[in-house]
Design a protein. Structure first.
Length: 94
């Protein structure tokens, strides 16, 4: 994988972070609203929906950030060596 593509993937991945958080909180709100329909108190409904949105958004964001921190290490195994490191990489392969 070319270096420029690996760097582009990392940048795009970090730019997707708010999209993942928004999508997860929206899904959490929707699921929380489904659960909250079983209650009669409007305040309880709002609290359940809001807390589920917060919880799911935070959990997905935490997982995504942990993945993105490991991504450069994972991509480095597939990147082509820099021109200055080509001779070292060829010598190490022999």
């Amino acid at each position: 994988m070319p270096r420029w593509l690996a760097h582009l993937l990392v940048v795009i991945g970090w730019l997707l972070t708010p999209v993942w958080a928004w999508g997860a909180s929206h899904l959490g709100l929707w699921l929380g609203a489904l659960v909250a329909l079983r209650f009669t108190s409007p305040l309880a409904m709002l609290l359940i929906a809001g807390l589920s949105a917060l919880a799911l958004g935070f959990v997905v964001l935490l997982i995504w950030v942990r993945f993105m921190r490991r991504l450069p290490h994972l991509l480095s195994h597939h990147m082509a060596p820099r021109p200055s490191e080509e001779h070292t990489a060829i010598a190490a392969a022999d």
